[in-house]
Ligand binder design. Structure first.
Ligand code: CMC
Length: 390
């Protein structure tokens, strides 16, 4: 008793063994099941990556087709779930709705679920991956007061999401292939990142034997904060706040980020594990240039501000000494905005994409040997004292 390692914020504690994702933070390397993220982003697609993360190997053509068809088969949500949405305020933040409705899925699929059975865990995983875009788009439609769209299974994963987000009964909706490709890439770049705060939350909740839908909703809650998944929304808010791209103005915000008496931080900068370029940020920046180029918006003022901020920070001693580099979310928001996604949906999209990572970690944990997670503490309160009786 009493011989604990005190590690606030878990900067030096491995909580599990895992063979899903490898990060070398000093070198800026990210591998999923051994494959570099850059190669996956270039040659694979999100659904294939889901298969890889969940099952450990890339699928054959037949396995891929079968998996993609099974995912499509599960895209609809139970019609009663619509009632669940109606309980929320019209202007509720989509993340607030998502936390609730994903947890609510447990009400539909929990009763007969035996998580010790591999097949049942697989179906739950597929249900989650398949239904997340439907639920995410419903959060948006509810927020703007438009009718929900049923999924269209003739479209691929990213196309279907865009259709459910932007299609409406009054006009036909053509999915822009550049947007769909960018969206798919954003999903891939957010798919997994080993034991981050939300994944650790999912594992912790899962270690009690809780059902996967409840565990994923715990992950969504942990992702929400601006230090984690909320950063993509925070980046856009920051770029809005900076406003104009004059040199003095941008420098003023850099100085504020360096000032310890100012709570302002350069959002989308810094990472607990990467002390080098976040490899996802490189791909994200290229995708950003591609999408804005395609839209003829290469001189977008927010893109200009972001690029200049990055440039100044990378040459500034404060950021160099602390090894602060742009992370995955520095450019993702600009792409999402260019596609037409409202800012309050950015973190929802992160959650959607990360669902496969959470589910894969949950599945890995449950299929191996594990114990309930139970951190200890250093007690710094009162020693025993008597209750005052008069
Ligand atoms: N702007 C200004 N200073 C910073 C920043 C920043 N974005 N990030 C870290 N620092 C400073 C920090 O103040 C500290 O300085 P000092 O040593 O003088 O006290 C030093 O750099 C080390 O930072 P830390 O806060 O101890 O690092 P951490 O590992 O605890 O936090 C972080 C990592 C990501 C929460 C933090 O860098 C941050 O808040 N960044 C902005 C939010 C953000 O972009 N988050 C998204 C992360 S990537 C997506 C995801 O995985 O969710």
């Amino acid at each position: 008793e009493g011989l604990f390692t005190y590690d606030p914020g878990f900067v030096a504690t491995a909580s599990c063994e895992s063979s899903i994702t490898y990060i070398d933070g000093a070198a800026g390397v990210l591998l999923h099941r051994g494959y570099p993220i850059g190669q996956l982003a270039e040659h694979s697609n999100y659904v294939e990556l889901c298969y890889l993360l969940l099952f450990g190997e890339l699928p054959s053509k037949a396995q891929y087709d079968d998996f993609a068809a099974t995912v499509r088969n599960h895209t609809m949500v139970h019609e009663q779930l619509v009632n669940f949405f109606k309980g929320f305020r019209r202007d509720a933040h989509p993340m607030a709705i998502l936390c609730g409705v994903v947890g609510g899925l447990a009400a539909f699929y929990h009763d007969n679920l035996d998580i010790t059975k591999e097949e049942e865990r697989r179906v739950s995983a597929i249900r989650l991956i398949a239904k997340m875009p439907t639920l995410a788009a419903m959060c948006h439609k509810y927020n703007i007061g438009q009718p929900f769209n049923y999924p269209r299974n003739d479209l691929d994963y990213a196309e279907n999401f865009l259709y459910m987000m932007f299609g409406n009964p009054c006009e036909s909706y053509e999915v822009n292939p550049v947007f769909a490709k960018a969206m798919d890439r954003i999903f891939m770049l957010h798919a997994d990142h080993e034991q981050n705060a939300s994944t650790s939350t999912v594992r912790l909740a899962g270690s009690t034997g809780a059902n996967p839908f409840a565990c994923i909703s715990a992950g969504i809650a942990a992702l929400w904060g601006p230090a984690h998944g909320g950063a993509n929304e925070a980046v856009l808010n920051m770029l809005d706040e900076i406003g104009d791209d004059s040199e003095e103005n941008i420098q003023r915000f850099i100085d504020r980020a360096k000032d310890k008496d100012d709570p302002f931080k350069l959002m989308g900068f810094g990472h607990r594990v990467y002390r080098n370029f976040d490899p996802r940020a490189k791909v994200m920046k290229e995708t950003c240039d591609e999408v804005l180029g395609e839209l003829g918006k290469a001189d977008d003022v927010q893109l200009k501000i972001a690029k200049r901020l990055e440039q100044i920070a990378l040459e500034d001693d404060y950021f160099i000494e602390r090894k602060l580099y742009p992370n995955v979310d520095f450019y993702s928001g600009i792409i999402l905005k260019a596609i037409g996604i409202p800012t309050n949906m950015f973190t929802v999209i992160f959650a959607m994409a990360r669902t496969i990572g959470w589910t894969s970690h949950w599945n890995e944990m449950i299929s191996g040997s594990y114990r309930i997670s139970r951190p200890r503490q250093l007690y710094i309160g009162h020693s025993q004292r008597d209750y005052p009786t008069k």
